[in-house]
Ligand binder design. Structure first.
Ligand SMILES: [Zn+2]
Length: 440
């Protein structure tokens, strides 16, 4: 099948033969420098840059030149051209809304006549729950279908033609732009995985990025550690099988020789390593249902249409990033901060109540004591309410406009209920004392 495409897009045949029984399953690889979609049933693969022009309003706008790697990592203007942004960095989706746009364009280019029945999405082992949620919601926003996730190194190993369902462990190193993933694959799953995220170095006059030296040293250490984590018998087997190199970085000159010398291990470079992951995903698409569900067990259905309170409706109409602006790591940091304050306040309250019971002192002291107890009780209750809001998913949203409250503000004042855009309502009791210091 031949398609006319924008000049910055390459199209090629997919490796595996389409399975007429499988229907229009689509495979999707969201890389930091390239986004790839494969529809095995149509024998189509689209490969386009995953950066986008800030001023590009519609998919019909065609790039004038073809670049294999991002023009700039800072998203700034280059050579007087419009600024480019990168919704995917170090292999993880950082801007869900723009990523959804990219996915939509790429699916449209793949000329998927009807929406895919299901999309198989490669996700890096480095992805946190927040990263995963952003990636899946971006795909949901672009395509109205369930999403099944496959761990990227597993897909890469399948694309490299490794027998991943073996009892014997297989080592794979997937070198992408900004992220390198290492994995031990056995019995059709990733048994052990490690990753290194980095900033690619660009040397003048050289088209591709280089793997910085410190990254090479780190990779050798991580690979050694991963081997050490394997039981001796499996370690010997894994070493004997050698290391499969996948990803665009597998073609970097001197890297295979360096790995061989450092780790005394045979290195196999996958055929067309840059497309190993998407090829692997396409193979899973074309595989029988039982194989597909065993290699990619996790399915994310579209969220149910929101019926309910105005607040829920308003939130569902918000941009993806405003709805889900705090990552799991940020939420965990804030939760620990709240719990720490709650512990300190509870101890303080205990002490105050003990003092009131056994050493009340003169009337003036008692008045001060009552005031202190009231403040401590109010603060404790506000901390408990904040933790409850975290549980229900309301935390971090402005009580006036329902918009996102910036992480920076929450870090300073974890009990903040309003964003900086809204006029401040009167501060709630205990609100002033949110940094964990004792009241003055
Ligand atoms: Zn607000």
């Amino acid at each position: 099948m031949l398609l006319i495409s924008p000049s910055d897009t390459t199209i090629s045949d997919t490796g595996p033969q389409p399975d007429s029984q499988s229907g229009p399953y689509a495979a999707l690889d969201l890389g930091s420098s390239r986004i790839r979609v494969s529809v095995p049933a149509h024998q189509v693969m689209i490969d386009r840059p995953s950066s986008m022009s800030l001023s590009a309003p519609a998919p019909v706008r065609r790039a004038r030149r073809r670049r294999d790697w991002p023009t700039t990592r800072r998203g700034g203007a280059e050579g007087g051209r419009s600024a480019r942004v990168h919704p995917i960095e170090h292999g993880v989706v950082t801007d869900a809304q723009r990523c959804a746009q990219l996915v939509g364009w790429t699916l449209a280019e793949a000329a998927v006549l009807s929406l895919p029945r299901e999309i198989l999405l490669a996700v890096p082992v480095a992805a946190t729950r927040g990263d995963l949620r952003r990636a899946v919601s971006a795909v949901h926003a672009a395509a109205d279908c369930p999403v099944r996730t496959v761990q990227a190194p597993l897909a890469a190993a399948i694309g490299a033609g490794r027998p991943v369902t073996d009892r014997c462990p297989h080592l794979v190193m997937d070198i992408g732009a900004g992220i390198v993933e290492l994995a031990v694959i056995m019995r059709g799953r990733v048994s052990l995985a490690r990753f290194v995220q980095y900033l690619p170095e660009h040397s003048p006059g050289h088209p591709g990025p280089r793997l910085p030296r410190y990254v090479c040293a780190q990779l050798a250490a991580e690979l050694q550690q991963m081997l050490d984590d394997l039981p001796v018998r499996l370690r010997v087997q894994a070493r004997a099988q050698g290391l499969a190199l996948t990803g665009g970085g597998a073609l970097l000159p001197s890297l295979p020789g360096w790995v061989t010398a450092q780790l005394a291990m045979t290195v196999h470079i996958a055929p067309d390593p840059a497309h190993a992951t998407i090829r692997g995903l396409a193979r899973i698409c074309s595989a029988p249902a039982a194989v597909r569900t065993s290699l990619a067990p996790q399915v994310y259905e579209l969220p149910a249409p929101v019926a309910g309170t105005d607040r829920e409706k308003r939130r569902s109409s918000m941009p993806l990033d405003a709805r889900d602006h705090l990552s799991s790591v940020q939420l965990q940091a804030l939760r620990e901060q709240l719990l720490g304050q709650l512990l300190r306040r509870s101890l303080e309250l205990d002490q105050l109540l003990t003092t009131l019971r056994y050493r009340p002192g003169p009337a003036a002291d008692r008045t001060t004591l009552y005031a202190q107890i009231t403040r401590a009780e109010a603060h404790t209750s506000h901390l408990q309410q904040a933790l409850e809001r975290m549980r229900t998913g309301d935390y971090g949203h402005c009580r006036s406009c329902d918009g996102p409250i910036a992480f920076g503000l929450l870090k300073l004042r974890p009990l903040a209920r309003q964003c900086l855009r809204c006029p401040q309502k009167e501060p709630a009791a205990g609100q002033a004392e949110t940094t964990g210091r004792a009241p003055g």
